[in-house]
Design a protein around this ligand. Sequence first.
Ligand code: DON
Length: 307
Amino acid sequence: MQTPVPGYLAELLESCDGDSSGEPAAYIPELARADVSLFGVAVAAPDGVVYAAGDADVPFTIQSISKPFAYALALQDRGCDFILSKVGTEPSGDAFNMISLESGTGRPRNPMINIGAITTHALTGDPSMDPQQRFERVRDGLSAFAGRRLEVDEAVFDSEMSTADRNRSLAFMVRSYGIIDSDPIEAVHGYTRQCSLLVTAKDLAVMGATLANAGVNPLTGERVVDQAVVRQVLSVMLTCGMYDAAGDWVTTVGIPAKSGVAGGILGALPGQVGIGAFSPPLDEFGNSVRGVQVCQRLSGDMGLHLM
Ligand code: DON
């Protein structure tokens, strides 16, 4: 990777700032109030140096970007074979909130869609943990990826819980297939708190750099998960991380990534770099409009595409 020269990231943001299309997510009322002018980007190099421009220190909720990290923790805690018996790895071809279950087994199709992520949350930690201990395991794990303690945005959490009936029904579906045996209501409570953790674009860059660095946080030096876990997570991010825009993303940006409905995008290029972008307006797939643009340009300018 080339090191970004001073001023490059600011110029990059400016060049992508013209597109005012897209809307913030409306199905979580608190997110609909987001400031649409916010726009930030950060890049973390393997030596832990973080380059940033724009609103890269503004906190927002991690939402679906938490999913690959909770998946990593579940793989680390319970083993790959067990987690694979519960959650698949195939793109669903459906929106992120659909009942995308494999026929026959009832396994959610992948851990990046809601039904798979609620399942993954319920399978993190030790089976004997109560829901509070399980959430703390997830919070501690995501904090280790970020290199600082992450806090819950209680207003966003309350707001999403007031409109979470679809997620509750997804959780009841997976329990009806025997995929989880814990209380579905508790699983959605923990999953929603996980999605309500506050991060910045800089945090996302460091979390991505920890994946890019084979599971070792470049800021703290802590090994968060094993290298084999990272390989599994990055593979699923590449095929399923950007939902129905995954094909466009892989051809134009070409790095494993995950988006969230608060407007964040995280990218991780193995051995090279972690990227965090943030801008609340979303496209029809639920991906940040300007976040996608900034990643496309960054990938082209810095030669990040995998192929
Ligand atoms: O469960 C939900 O619907 C949200 N907490 C997360 C969805 C999300 O971020 C989808 N990503 N683009």
